[in-house]
Design a protein around this ligand. Structure first.
Ligand code: ADP
Ligand code: ADP
Length: 231
């Protein structure tokens, strides 16, 4: 059974642009599922819909067979979806561990356990091969490590499905290899990755399956091993 299934997602922006036009996406548990399309194909809109940031005009979403309402990121996070933005949602002057736990601290009146937060970040970081020191301010880190913080933030909220929005666009080649190592650690431990990309070659090494988008529509799904790399 799919872990995530989006059916007939349609989003028409004020002004009339049909950014998503009956989009279907079926993602299997533990796979790396790439969504590939040119600029304007509708990828960002679909990701925003999946994470509850855009309300679709039509369509439905299930995670593990359970219906998810498009009421906002809170419900998406509760359903197990984590979003790793291309332009990170981090606070540059805050430490790594503060960024990871930010927004999910204990309720008012319960003391925040700094040592425990740091230990948890270290643990997650080792488990998923997302090497980063929990203590320095995020602005001091190279972009590849900032991205790891963003991924750790989603994992801290127990994301089972991680959506990575064009994650290699900002990375140096060495950092891309490190990201791929982390992605393999994620799927080896049962997490599922949705990998948004601009061009097919970016995902041939890392993805199991590819959904292609064009002009607001999903035009097909293929297994990566069946893709002819010379075409
Ligand atoms: P992609 O991420 O594949 O580049 P987008 O989802 O960003 O595609 O865009 C799909 C289409 O919707 C484009 O024509 C884009 O200009 C338009 N669009 C995206 N966001 C908005 C918005 N907030 N308001 C109006 N049009 C938008
Ligand atoms: P990215 O590829 O990083 O998603 P985009 O250029 O697609 O960046 O979009 C940046 C922001 O501008 C997004 O929030 C998108 O929804 C919005 N946007 C894109 N196209 C339009 C448009 N035609 N009108 C209004 N907003 C748009």
């Amino acid at each position: 059974d799919p872990i995530l299934k989006a059916t007939g997602i349609t989003r028409i922006y004020p002004g009339g642009t049909v950014a998503n036009d009956g989009v279907n996406l079926t993602v299997r548990p533990g796979e790396v599922h790439a969504v590939v399309g040119e600029n304007g194909a509708g990828k960002s809109t679909l990701m925003k819909v999946l994470f509850g940031l855009e309300k679709p005009d039509a369509g439905s979403l299930t995670v593990n067979g359970q219906k998810v309402d498009f009421t906002g990121p809170k419900d998406a996070i509760e359903a197990g979806i984590g979003m790793v933005f291309q332009h990170f949602s981090l606070v540059p002057s805050f430490s790594v561990y503060e960024n990871v736990v930010l927004g999910s601290e204990p309720a008012k009146g319960i003391s925040f356990d700094r040592a425990k937060a740091i230990a948890t970040v270290r643990e997650l970081s080792q488990k998923f091969r997302l090497t980063v020191d929990p203590l320095p301010a995020v602005r001091r880190l190279p972009v590849g490590q900032q991205q790891r913080v963003e991924i750790l933030k989603a994992l801290y909220r127990d994301a089972q499905i991680l959506i990575l929005d064009e994650p290699t666009a900002v990375l140096a080649p060495q950092e891309v290899e490190e990201l791929f190592t982390a992605i393999r650690a994620l799927t080896a431990q049962g997490r599922t990755v949705i990998f948004i990309a601009h061009k097919l070659p970016e995902v041939l090494e890392i993805s199991d399956r590819i959904t292609v988008m064009r002009g607001g529509k999903t035009v097909g799904e293929v297994e990566t091993k069946d893709v002819d790399e010379s075409s």
